[in-house]
Design a binder for this molecule. Structure first.
Ligand SMILES: Cc1cc2nc3c(=O)[nH]c(=O)nc-3n(C[C@H](O)[C@H](O)[C@H](O)COP(=O)(O)OP(=O)(O)OC[C@H]3O[C@@H](n4cnc5c(N)ncnc54)[C@H](O)[C@@H]3O)c2cc1C
Ligand code: FES
Ligand code: FES
Length: 1337
């Protein structure tokens, strides 16, 4: 057998790695083939603009542009790629552009960066460099894109903050058919000049000039050398060989049978590598035969390494040129190719590698099989042979019929014939749409008829997702031959699909998957019948008119939007920024990648890296921990565990009397993901590898995962909560109707784009400097001090910005990680960095609580509520931390905006063995919305009146108090929001249009719903409602602000600068904030509860006012003087130019459970209303939000651009909870839905096609700073409007099959739940299918 050495000697190989980055050449003699491109550019080249977030190609944060010169076509091509799984060696001899090469504030901004910033298309900004790179690459290939091109190019980029609308608006200005781009009143009320929208003002932007772009490196254009020379790079555990001839490649494959072929690395990159065995990767990207495309009379032959993007382009050209009957297969394939992953994936993934990966979930393979594709395979020994991709091709899980030394050379896809019909189908459960994700079930279907007849010659049905491999339903196909294409055939095939096709339980959703098989065939049947009816009129009847919409997939019109807000009063000075839509103060640094997040900070020279060892068991005794193999690795420094904690290993977030948390688990683990210890090593990769070598022996103990199990076993945390008003039973007696039911809402992961991370740096005198991506620096400081056994003044905690948090960096996890990292730094005496990967982050972090509501409601037949008895439960996880507080909040929110005169409610937190669940944006207030709004629908259904009427009649009125006995001072705004939302959304006339649509369509249904909200803002617990600030004025007149709040995308720093600018009467440009740090502002409240601006903004205001008071004499003495003159004068008179500010929320905040009285639970009441229209596909459960209108009362907005951004982002996050984001566990308690591939958050195509936001006019808030109400969280609640609209659409589908009245829809209302709730008359499975594959905690 050949070794890599002997193979090497037989070829002419070069060993110097060369890459051009941002036009500069880099040569590397020792490139490590195991390194990804992202790691290389971030660590080695120190270009940190491109970010690491998921590390699995699912979020686009790492997007860069790859440029190549094609020496045959003599053309430069640019591709957006994900650097996180691209092996650095694969870009040898190519050019890479990162966000730093696109533009900078120091040189020149690129219009893409500038317009994204000016459109307010960012909040935390962690996703911004990736967004910029996707858009920039599009413009490099097409300087004149359409809006649809822009939307498509952003499909691979996730943003958790903005809700995408503003990103699209910024980029739409580049589109041929984009908006005018000018700040205008075009979408607003023309008669009120104080109303504005937020479009980018192109007058203030640089025009886009494609000729000014960075040139492609001439050296790569003139010399073909890099592309034709075989290269080999040798690393410690991976070797990389890139042959350039087929002969060489086949020889290598024979000589190195265990070597892996790589094209895009999108599959190989994620496969586990064998331990302690060197791997050889053979790149198949530079072999001409594998990149060849031949067009013949019978079809097109694609070389195996042809990328999916290139294949799409070639198919498109043929489709445009050839008669349509010849390209039926091509058109279907193109549609499917567009749904495979995202452009970043398709730009690198080979079509041959896709086939050879033999994935049981492949979307393309069933289609290629159904299209009877022929393949050429070859080996060094036996040469070439041709095979068919038929039912013998896939031989088992991830295996094909190719021999061990054979490679796939090419595939030929034939033209279709006149009597042939072809389609491909795919649906994913969690989301409404097909694209971007691996399917739950996908299918390829082909039928050929006898000449000019409806008699079937061959029907081919192929499926993925049914079992361990792609299958062809051959048994069934034989039965069908010779039959007519009629309804009888339809029913027979549908029945055989559920009865004969074996469906594995692996992957769960058995019932839904079986349903999809039938739905897909039904759609195919209708499509073919439709075409046949045109070919054979009189023989085949047209499909019913009400079925026509099944012929097209859900259309996606271009997104449009309006944002309407009040302008500032005309008498306000132009220099006063308060109330104006001012851009985020860091915008330009974020879009250029110059802004530094924690992991972008340059490492100290002796810095080490920490990787966690976490529990793999839900509940177990730790019998032993064997670290010997891990710490024997070169470059590994130490294992750190409980014995290394010099202070206290046990701690608690809020209750010092119950130290329920442990930094490191000792005798017992209570959930999967609990931290047991960690490895400190020279590099993060080494630390992670060694952490995997730590062996923990467990003694399993019985565990509880779900709320239902906890109820059964009475596993609760104390105290329970109970509150009641009146006698519910007596009221039920008097009610016309009494109905009982329950509603369940799953958990939600925060999905901040920047994973949890921290750096601990030991300094002299036993000091520890902590840089932590947290919302709660003060909490971290106190707990780190306790863990290290040192006073708090020796621990300094700081952070400049956080890449999204949403509550997930406020709690146990970020504090525990910081403590663990500090212990590691203390033990090693070196700076230690801990950056979690997405996978570990999801396992270690507590999430939004899963929720169960059991209720009994009594009401009159006119829809008026009389009494509600409710029992609510949350899954608290393995420790209590904030769970009982969350239950309190839930009990308050349960009645939402409705007056329920008599009630009894009980709340319980269940103790289970999942991660300790915690706060998340709008904590405790979102989940109950699904409960109360389901109740309102149920009441409406029972009374036979419209849900909006029931909601309107039960709204709080002036003079009412809420269910916690609080007066509602400005409750009039609730009704105003409601009425305005009805008006703005044109509710009544759209209701009629939708009813008409539903009457005339059987399989697509539309739903419309309007929902009000009433919610509290502020932080529960009086102590937390305080904020402090420090303001320095320097001699040159510049101002430095510091306050206790954390900037995590909500725009807190921007708003505090606006406030300081107003008080100091100087432009914002003279004011700066650099970081938040415990040594500047001590004892700061955690930033959350929408309270940041109220607390820290007011503290800044007070500090600035103090300084202004001191400057007053100098201003009066020199009224014509400038700001600088007054500052100089004050300094000369030895007047302090530094001041602190402190603000506490006046009065008491809290609830006394003994006497059931609230002192006050909130700063102010937030009101709003949201109207949502959806369309659902009853056959698949997919849906699309067609339009959303929101009216929010936020008093007088401090910054309408930021506030509208919070409303849109919050709404989309709430939509994610109610509709999409599903956490599923194994029976053993392991979270299975990890990473963006499995846990889907909303992305750009999910947002409503029309998204209108209106800020309620004429509202003020006397208690808020400059009359503003807090806004960060309440809009999440409006996401429930999508759930209610979906319920409305489902009701229509159910009434078509005679099912009237109420039904329950748990959250998230995934495609599976929607499909199964719709009901139909398809053949049913003979036996009930128990779907017990997953656990939903
Ligand atoms: C983020 C993401 C999203 C995705 N979304 C989808 C989706 O929506 N639908 C879907 O179906 N799939 C999806 N996938 C899977 C994706 O389609 C495959 O991973 C991809 O096609 C693999 O291509 P590659 O070139 O990167 O493979 P590589 O990892 O480079 O190679 C894959 C395999 O092919 C073998 N191979 C390559 N060339 C040859 C050859 N000439 N002869 C023999 N063997 C060969 C290799 O040895 C290797 O085992 C997704 C993957 C990712 C990472
Ligand atoms: S980090 Fe690369 S795609 Fe998410
Ligand atoms: S701004 Fe997009 S993730 Fe924060």
């Amino acid at each position: 057998m050949a070794t890599t050495e002997s193979v090497r000697s037989s070829t002419d190989m070069s060993d110097d790695f060369v890459v051009y980055v941002n036009g500069k050449k880099f040569t590397d003699k020792h490139v490590d083939p195991e390194t990804t491109l992202l790691n290389y550019i971030r660590r080695k080249l120190r270009l940190t603009g491109s970010k690491l977030s998921c590390g699995e190609g699912g979020c686009g944060a790492c997007t860069v542009m790859l440029s190549k010169y094609d020496h045959v076509d003599k053309k430069i091509s640019h591709y957006a790629i994900n650097a996180c799984y691209t092996p650095v060696c694969s870009v040898h001899g190519m050019a890479i552009t990162t966000v730093e090469g696109v533009g900078s504030t120091k040189t020149k901004l690129h219009p893409v960066q500038e317009r994204l910033a000016k459109a307010h298309g960012l909040q935390c900004g962690f996703c911004s460099p990736g967004m910029v790179m996707s858009m920039y690459t599009l413009l490099r290939n097409n300087a004149d894109p359409t809006i649809s091109d822009i939307e498509k190019c952003l499909k691979g980029n996730l943003c958790r903050c903005t809700g995408y609308r503003s990103i699209l608006d910024g980029f739409k200005t580049f589109a041929q058919n984009g908006c005018c781009g000018y700040l205008s009143v075009c979408n607003a009320d023309q008669h009120n000049e104080t109303r504005l929208n937020l479009s980018v003002d192109l007058k203030d932007c640089e025009p886009y000039d494609p000729s000014q772009e960075l040139i492609f490196p001439p050296a790569l254009q003139t010399k073909n050398w890099f592309q034709t020379q075989t290269v080999r790079f040798v690393g410690e555990s991976v070797d990389w060989i890139r042959p350039t001839t087929l002969k060489e490649l086949l020889k290598l494959k024979t000589g190195l049978p265990t070597a892996k072929l790589v094209v895009g690395n999108a599959e190989v990159g994620f496969e586990p590598r064998p331990k302690n065995i060197k791997t050889t990767l053979i790149s198949a990207t530079h072999v001409p035969e594998l990149n060849q495309i031949d067009i013949t009379d019978s079809g097109i032959t694609f070389g195996s390494s042809v990328t999916m993007s290139r294949m799409y382009d070639v198919l498109k050209r043929r489709v445009d040129e050839l008669p349509s009957y010849k390209t039926k297969i091509y058109r279907s394939l193109m549609e499917m190719l567009e749904m495979i992953g995202d452009q970043q994936l398709r730009n690198v993934a080979g079509i041959g590698s896709h086939i050879m990966s033999a994935s049981p979930l492949s979307d393309i393979n069933p289609m290629l099989m159904a299209a009877d594709v022929t393949l050429i395979v070859a080996s060094h020994k036996d040469g070439e042979r041709t095979i068919n991709m038929d039912n013998t091709f896939f031989t088992g899980p991830r295996s094909t019929c190719l021999k061990e030394d054979e490679l796939l050379i090419s595939l030929t896809i034939r033209f279709s014939t006149k009597d042939e019909y072809f389609s491909g189908y795919k649906v994913n459960n969690q989301v409404h749409r097909r694209d971007r994700d691996v399917a739950m079930i996908s299918a390829g279907m082909n039928v050929c008829f006898e000449d000019n007849s409806d008699v079937i010659r061959i029907l081919t049905l192929c499926f993925a997702g049914t079992g361990p491999t792609v299958v062809m339903a051959t048994d069934m196909m034989e039965h069908i031959q010779g039959r007519k294409w009629d309804e009888c055939l339809l029913r027979d095939v549908q029945r055989m699909l559920v009865e004969k096709l074996e469906m594995s339980k692996e992957g769960g959703f058995v019932e839904y998957r079986k349903n999809l098989l039938q739905s897909f065939f039904f759609q195919f049947y209708l499509n073919v019948q439709n075409e046949l009816s045109q070919q054979l009129p009189g023989i085949v009847f047209p499909i019913p008119l009400s079925y026509q919409t099944t012929l097209n997939s859900m259309e996606l019109p271009a997104n449009s939007s309006t944002q309407v807000f009040q302008g500032v009063p005309c008498e306000q000075s132009d220099d006063d920024p308060v109330g104006r839509p001012v851009m985020n103060e860091s915008s330009l640094h974020l879009t250029t990648g110059q802004a530094l997040f924690l992991d972008d900070i340059k490492p100290e020279q002796d810095e080490l890296h920490f990787a966690l060892v976490i529990s793999k068991q839900a509940h177990a005794k730790i019998l032993s921990i064997d670290t010997s193999e891990a710490i024997s690795q070169d470059g590994v420094h130490s294992f750190v565990g409980a014995v290394d904690v010099p202070g206290n290993n046990r701690w608690s977030l809020i209750n010092p009397d119950n130290l329920e948390e442990a930094i490191f688990a000792t005798e017992e683990v209570l959930c999967v993901g609990q931290i047991i210890g960690g490895i400190v090593a020279d590099t993060p990769q080494l630390a992670r590898k060694a952490a995997n070598l730590v062996k923990v022996e467990y003694g399993e103990v019985e565990h509880i995962l779900t709320i239902e199990e906890a109820i059964c076993k009475e596993s609760y945390m104390q105290p329970f909560r109970h509150i009641e008003e009146g006698d519910v039973n007596a009221e039920f007696e008097k009610s016309d109707f009494v109905v009982e039911g329950e509603v369940r809402v799953g958990g939600q992961y925060h999905y901040y784009m920047e994973n949890q991370c921290c750096i601990a740096q030991p300094n002299e005198c036993n000091e520890m400097l902590m840089t932590v991506s947290t919302q709660n620096l003060f909490g971290v400081q106190m707990h780190v001090a306790d863990a290290l056994g040192i006073p708090a003044h020796k621990v300094t905690c700081k952070i400049r910005r956080v890449g999204g948090a949403f509550g997930g960096k406020d709690t146990t996890t970020s504090t525990n990680l910081a403590m663990a990292c500090a212990v590691a730094a203390n033990k090693t005496g070196k700076p230690v960095r801990l950056v979690l990967g997405r996978d570990t982050d999801m396992q270690c972090t507590g999430m939004r609580h899963p929720f169960l509501l059991k209720f009994k409601v009594g009401f009159n037949k006119d829809g008026m509520l009389r009494a509600l008895e409710s029992e609510l439960f949350v899954n608290a996880g393995y420790t209590c931390n904030l769970s009982v507080i969350i239950v309190d909040v839930m009990m308050h929110q349960l009645h939402n905006a409705y007056k329920i005169p008599v009630y009894s409610m009980t709340g319980k937190a269940c103790r289970t063995n999942v991660q300790s669940n915690t706060i998340m944006r709008a904590a405790g207030t979102v989940q109950p919305m699904a409960g109360i709004e389901t109740i309102m629908d149920l009441v409406a259904a029972k009374c036979g009146i419209s849900p909006e009427k029931v909601r309107a009649m039960n709204l709080y009125k002036v003079g009412d108090s809420d269910n916690f006995y609080q007066e509602l001072p400005d409750v009039i705004n609730l009704k105003r929001c409601w009425n305005e939302c009805l008006l703005k959304s044109d509710f009544d006339s759209r209701r009629e249009t939708i009813d008409h649509f539903n009457r005339t369509n059987r399989w697509k249904k539309r739903g419309l719903a309007i929902v009000p909200i009433q919610r509290m803002t502020g932080i529960i617990g009086i102590v937390a409602n305080q904020g402090a600030a420090l303001v320095h004025i320097y001699l040159d007149g510049s101002v430095l602000l510091t306050h206790g709040g954390i900037e995590m995308g909500q725009g807190l720093h921007t708003k505090t600068i606006q406030i300081a600018s107003r008080v100091l009467r100087i432009p914002s440009e003279r004011i700066h904030i650099n970081e938040t740090s415990t040594d500047k502002v001590p004892n700061a409240t955690s930033t959350g509860g929408s309270a940041g601006t109220d607390l820290f903004g007011t503290a800044i205001k007070f500090a600035c006012e103090t300084i202004m008071k001191r400057l007053e004499p100098f201003m009066l003495g020199n009224p014509e003087g400038s700001w600088e003159d007054w500052v100089h004068a004050a300094y000369s008179h030895r007047v302090s130019l530094s001041a602190t500010g402190f603000y506490k929320f006046p009065g008491d905040i809290g609830f006394n459970w003994e006497d059931h009285r609230a002192s006050r639970l909130q700063y102010h009441f937030m009101y709003g209303a949201g109207c949502c229209e959806v369309e659902i596909d009853c056959l698949t459960g997919e849906h699309q939000m067609r339009r959303v209108d929101i009216v929010m009362d936020i008093g007088r907005s401090l910054n309408p651009a930021l506030d509208i951004g919070q409303i849109e982002g919050g709404f989309i996050q709430g939509y994610g909870l109610f509709i999409m984001e599903e956490l599923r566990y194994s029976q053993k308690g392991e979270l299975l839905t990890r990473g963006p591939g499995m846990y889907r958050i909303p992305w750009i195509s999910d947002i409503p096609r029309q998204f209108n936001v209106h800020l309620l006019e004429g509202s003020t808030c006397p208690g808020g700073i400059y009359s503003a109400k807090a806004i960060g969280e309440p809009p999440c609640l409006l996401g429930v409007s999508a759930l209610v609209a979906i319920r409305d659409a489902i009701s229509s589908a159910r009434s078509d099959v005679g099912l009237h009245g109420n039904f329950y829809l748990n959250c998230p209302a995934t495609a599976a739940r929607i499909r199964l709730a719709c009901s139909d008359d398809f053949p049913k499975t003979s036996k009930e299918v128990a779907d017990d594959y997953f656990v939903r905690a």
